[in-house]
Ligand binder design. Structure first.
Ligand code: TA6
Length: 300
């Protein structure tokens, strides 16, 4: 999809705060800067790629080997996985994690709420291309609020005369110092399904990572904290409209199998994802909506 960057800036630019840019070797993006933070969002997938609170390192992580091409997912930031999370339930030929992150979204609103808070809203509604992947009428709306915290909210509107069932994720990739020097708090004693083995289990201590981890935590609507002992910071992830959380790090072997992921990049990233996954699938009644939202904040 081609965008008219001049028209977008004419319509939605916010002087000194929000600008649309089309860079030669990547996809059109939005740069946001206010008193609290800077951010970069790709129009492709309405994907937040960077969120950097003032005076601090980027909270989000993007692979140096990521694709930036139509039809391909960007590896990092906050991919929007919808209207299914993981493999399609019945057709393995369909893309992993749905199609929301593969399409270009339209900007429908931008607003400087105050000096340190900027909001942008995107929309992706059904079209002939989406109908080839998912035979329903829908509108996805995604709102990002960049400020002292990062708020990201995906609203899925069912525009059919029948209920639709979806799974989804805000598949957040976080920037950390060293995977062996972090601990994830908040998921103690929460039952999870190990996606690598299919087995259910739980732990009574913070998550320490020393191998591939790919877990769906069930019946969990609380907060997670990523404690980074090298950067002396904690990233707090809270959420709404989600009863499951995914924790993922590919470790060595899987990193080497992914062409858009550097072999050593597993060392400086961790995914803690706000999801509606597995038994947390959501059935949306005709002409009603579901919102999946996450709030990411830096605690020092
Ligand atoms: O959220 C965890 C996960 O489902 C992993 O199993 C892994 O596949 C990861 O997502 C990345 O998926 P992607 O399609 O972005 O390569």
């Amino acid at each position: 999809m081609t965008y008219d960057i001049a028209e977008l800036n004419e319509k939605y630019r916010i002087h000194n705060t929000l600008t649309f840019v089309s860079e030669p070797d990547t996809l059109p993006a939005i740069y946001i800067a206010n008193d609290a933070a800077t951010a970069k969002i790709s129009l492709h997938g309405a994907q937040i790629l960077s969120y950097t609170p003032r005076y601090h390192k980027d909270i989000l992580w993007v692979s140096k080997k990521s694709y930036f091409a139509d039809g391909k997912p960007i590896r990092g930031g906050i991919p929007i996985c919808c209207p299914w999370f993981g493999a399609h339930p019945s057709d393995s030929k369909l893309p992993l994690h749905g199609f929301a992150r593969l399409f270009s979204w339209n900007v429908i609103d931008t607003k400087a709420i105050d000096g340190d808070t900027t909001r942008i809203t995107f929309e992706l509604c059904d079209n002939s291309n989406t109908k080839q992947l998912w035979p329903y009428d829908f509108c996805f709306t995604f709102t990002a609020i960049i400020g002292k915290e990062l708020h990201a909210a995906l609203t899925i509107q069912n525009r059919n005369n029948e209920p639709v069932t979806i799974t989804a994720a805000l598949h957040s990739y976080f920037n950390i110092s060293d995977i062996t020097k972090i601990a994830i708090h908040g998921l103690e004693n929460v039952t999870y399904t190990d996606s690598l083995t299919g087995e259910k289990s739980k732990e009574n201590s913070p998550i320490i990572i020393n191998k591939e981890i790919d877990r769906v935590y069930h019946d969990f609507s609380g907060d997670c904290m990523i404690d980074d002992s090298v950067l002396y910071r904690t990233i707090k992830i809270s959420k709404e409209g989600s009863n499951s959380t995914v924790v993922w790090n590919p470790w060595i072997a899987k990193s080497e199998r992914m062409p858009d992921f550097g072999n050593d990049e597993y060392k400086t990233m961790i995914c803690v994802e706000t999801t509606n996954a597995l038994d947390d699938a959501v059935t949306i009644k005709p002409f009603e909506s579901h919102t999946l939202a996450t709030c990411i904040e830096l605690k020092l």
